[in-house]
Design a protein around this ligand. Structure first.
Ligand code: TNX
Length: 548
């Protein structure tokens, strides 16, 4: 990695997630100073910010931005800066079959170009360039040399995300922007926010003001709460959209609702509000579909959330409802999908919405009795062999075509998921024993839970989304989401130390095809990338699996 030969450039093994193709070219390029040309100002500014984190001098482009105050503040360019040109080229794809997020990055003595059919691809190209420069910087104190190279790249899956619980502990706008930046740097494009649960309600709902007025200030163990105002939510979505990341809001029903029943007594059979809750048990709270105020509540909340949400998805939860009969649960699933769809959004729900709870009460009972998340639930229930075709009409399929199911519990019978896929559902894979980044790395790890086992970096790296559910067609896999629940995570450092380095592993699962993945190479790349984490002051867990 140190020597960059002048004949065929040696390209550092530095890019996470691993690209489709890296083709070394002749020569080296000194990227100690760059000037960026981009099709829009936001893109230009983002590219400047990203590349500046490597220590490269970014000289503001004069064209079109004469009023940029940095023009005078920056050291004058000596004429040695290399142009980094971002080119939108509709012909570069997607022509019906191609991938809208693809990009080509060419680093050559004459300059650097990123070519892509869309804005996302241009950003991805800059993210790759950032990592190449970062690796070059790590190896030299002299001129910042990067081997000439052509990178051709595109993602395996359209949904590459992180699911973040901001209820058990509250993470406000500044933390959320830091998470958006982190997610984006590994080319992930969805940030799913778990915004309601037993302990708190984290999003202003204009039609139901008591939700935040009465239920936003709590969190686990009496920690301080908080919530996003409608304006803060809009600003966060805009910040994310600039970075080509879609915010997916989750309001969790019909379980995990104590914050709602604490705010609105009419949602309980007695008519009395429930007490506030700051423990970490799950599965005890529920809505009641036969109460007259329940459906209007759901309509108000989901219609407001849909109206406030810029992206196409609204997540309605549906997980871990341990105290409801299948029939009532099924009617909730049908109703929530109807409301979200009528409000113009695509419904997303946890896997239980497929009806798995009904097909496999034993898994539900196991979860309940083991008091997830505090306990350690053995993950050794082996799914039944084969893929039984249900008799026509025997089991009601609850999900609509296009509904996205988020798969987390690897124990239940796969049959309901196959039926859901057959009915047109899509799957986002968050297997708890691989992608739940709130699981402890090892038994000794001070933070995190362990009910799904211990999840070391390599566990997060070595799995394939297409083999999790026996018999599921590959076309039903929409993508991958890491998830981090925050029962034990009190602040940004706690959170980041659970995300890093494992988020990088899940990002590679989501982006790179199996043939591009390689554990030894990944270890090298993580060690290189850690220089950026140190420079940014981002806390990470120094797992012994990496030679830091
Ligand atoms: C399960 S998985 C939950 C969360 C907990 C988490 C802790 C799922 C959809 N729900 O309520 O916070 O375990 O790991």
């Amino acid at each position: 990695m140190t020597t960059v030969s002048s004949r065929a450039g040696i390209v550092p093994d530095a890019v996470i997630p691993a690209p489709v193709e890296i083709e070394p070219a002749e020569g080296v390029v000194d990227l100690g100073a760059v000037v960026i040309e981009a099709p829009d100002d936001v893109l230009a500014r983002l590219a400047e910010e990203l590349l500046a984190t490597t220590g490269t001098v970014v000289v503001p482009a004069s064209k079109g931005r004469q009023d940029d105050p940095r023009r005078d503040a920056e050291p004058a360019a000596n004429g040695h800066e290399v142009a980094v040109v971002l080119v939108l080229d509709p012909a570069a794809g997607p022509d019906g079959s191609g991938n809208a997020e693809r990009y080509t990055l060419a680093v050559a003595a004459a300059g650097v170009t990123v070519t892509a059919p869309g804005r996302a691809g241009l950003l991805h190209g800059v993210r790759t360039l950032r990592q190449l420069i970062n690796a070059g910087r790590r190896e030299t104190s002299g001129p910042l040399e990067v081997g000439a190279v052509v990178v051709r790249d595109e993602p395996r899956y359209p949904w590459r995300g992180l699911s973040l619980d901001v209820v058990r502990h509250w993470f406000g706008p500044a933390d959320l922007r830091a998470v958006v930046d982190l997610v984006g740097s590994y080319k992930m494009n969805r940030l799913h926010l778990h915004l309601s649960d037993d302990q708190g309600w984290r999003l202003e709902i204009p039609s139901r003001p008591a939700l935040t007025a009465r239920s936003s200030q709590g969190a686990v163990d009496g920690a301080a709460g908080g919530f996003l105002s409608a304006d803060e939510y809009r600003e966060l979505q805009e910040y994310a959209a600039d970075r080509e990341i879609v915010i997916v809001p989750e309001i969790d029903v019909p379980g995990h609702v104590n914050a709602a029943t604490h705010a609105y007594g009419e949602l309980t059979p007695s008519g009395e509000p429930t007490d506030s809750y700051d423990g970490i048990e799950v599965g005890f709270s529920r809505l009641h579909l036969d109460l007259p105020d329940t459906e209007p509540f759901l309509r108000d909340v989901f219609t407001d959330v849909a109206r406030m949400t810029q992206g196409p998805w609204v997540h309605f939860g549906a997980d871990e409802v341990h105290t409801m009969q299948p029939d009532e649960f099924g009617r909730f699933i049908t109703l929530c999908q109807e409301i979200v769809t009528a409000a113009g959004k695509t419904p997303v729900a946890w896997q239980e919405a497929a009806g798995s709870a009904h097909g496999d009460q034993s898994a539900v009972a196991a979860l309940a009795s083991d008091a997830v998340p505090a306990g350690a639930v053995p993950a050794d229930d082996v799914p039944a062999e084969g893929t039984p075709e249900p008799a026509e009409g025997a089991v009601p399929v609850l999900v609509r075509p296009g509904t996205v199911l988020q798969y987390w519990d690897t124990r239940p019978d796969p049959a309901p998921f196959l039926r859901a896929a057959h009915a047109g559902a899509k799957f986002v894979m968050s297997p708890a024993d691989r992608a739940y980044l709130d699981m402890k790395y090892t038994p000794e790890h001070p933070l995190g839970l362990q009910w799904a086992g211990f999840v070391e970096l390599r566990d997060s790296y070595d799995w394939d989304p297409t083999t999790l559910i026996d018999g599921l067609p590959e076309s039903a896999v929409e993508g991958v989401s890491a998830a981090v629940w925050t029962e034990t995570l009190l602040n940004r450092d706690d959170l980041f130390s659970m995300l890093l380095p494992r988020l990088a592993a899940v990002a590679e699962i989501a982006w790179s095809r199996p043939g591009a993945k390689d554990w030894e190479s990944f270890r090298t790349r993580v060690a290189t990338e850690a220089a950026t984490w140190r420079r940014d002051g981002a806390r990470y867990h120094p797992t012994p699996q990496i030679d830091w």
